[in-house]
Design a protein around this ligand. Structure first.
Ligand SMILES: Cc1cc2nc3c(=O)[nH]c(=O)nc-3n(C[C@H](O)[C@H](O)[C@H](O)COP(=O)(O)OP(=O)(O)OC[C@H]3O[C@@H](n4cnc5c(N)ncnc54)[C@H](O)[C@@H]3O)c2cc1C
Length: 205
């Protein structure tokens, strides 16, 4: 980046003052996403995000854990906690875990979770939380509750639009790329970046 002459500002949050100072012809917003939350979980005591759990490498053992969200990250968090010797309950609203995953990989994932003793609840709709108690309706519509020591949220990522909204109000050409536009993958973010760079090159300023 230095070789290309790019000025890099670390420890810097984009704000109105900086936009005014730079007054760019184009802005590429790549601020990523933030973990999605469920309003019904507002009464829960401490909710750990699954990415934080996996990255921080918590070593808690012998506890009861509830993982909310059975996408691939939620399944990974459940497997991780079970391997550490915790009793793990995995709650997923859809009928299948890791619905986007290729079917053979998904079957092997579900088998390994069951083998690790993870209790899987698909079709589970969270209805409330208080302290460390999670209430939900199971797939038959019956009310259930689990009292856990650890609550992990794994509800996916939603775009962080704050910088995009700021830029769109004052910069003529704004390109919102990567997870800030639509949460996806590293490859999708790089594709967006390439398209944005080509479009900036093509724009006549
Ligand atoms: C647990 C987990 C596992 C994943 N595993 C994979 C995988 O195996 N393969 C894969 O392809 N994808 C994976 N992904 C998805 C992948 O990480 C993202 O799609 C990708 O990182 C998106 O890139 P990005 O540049 O849009 O955002 P990010 O990589 O999130 O980068 C955004 C950057 O913007 C900065 N920022 C935020 N707000 C501001 C602001 N106001 N001003 C200045 N800077 C700001 C942030 O600090 C951050 O450095 C995973 C995601 C998660 C959560």
């Amino acid at each position: 980046m230095r070789e290309s002459g790019t000025r890099v500002l670390l420890d810097t949050v984009l704000d109105g003052k900086l936009i005014k100072e730079l007054s760019p012809h184009a802005a590429v917003i790549a601020t990523g996403g933030r973990p999605r939350t469920l309003p019904v979980l507002s009464g829960a005591s401490r909710v750990i995000d699954s990415a934080d759990l996996l990255m921080d490498g918590e070593t808690v053992t012998g506890r009861t854990a509830v993982v909310i969200g059975g996408g691939s990250t939620g399944c990974e968090a459940a497997a991780y906690l079970a391997k550490l010797g915790n009793e793990v309950h995995l709650l997923e609203v859809a009928e299948d875990l890791a619905a986007g995953m290729e079917i053979l990989n998904r079957m092997s994932l579900v088998l390994s979770l069951r083998k690790a003793g993870v209790k899987i609840y698909t079709g589970a709709v969270i209805s409330g939380a208080e302290g460390y108690e999670i209430r939900f309706k199971n797939k038959s519509g019956d009310a259930e509750k689990i009292t856990a020591d650890i609550i992990v949220s794994s509800l996916g990522i939603e775009p962080d639009r704050s910088a995009a909204d700021l830029a769109e109000g004052s910069v003529k050409n704004v390109f919102v790329i990567g997870d800030a536009g639509r949460p996806g993958s590293i490859a999708a973010a790089l594709y967006d970046a390439e398209i944005a760079a080509r479009r900036i090159q093509a724009v006549e300023f």
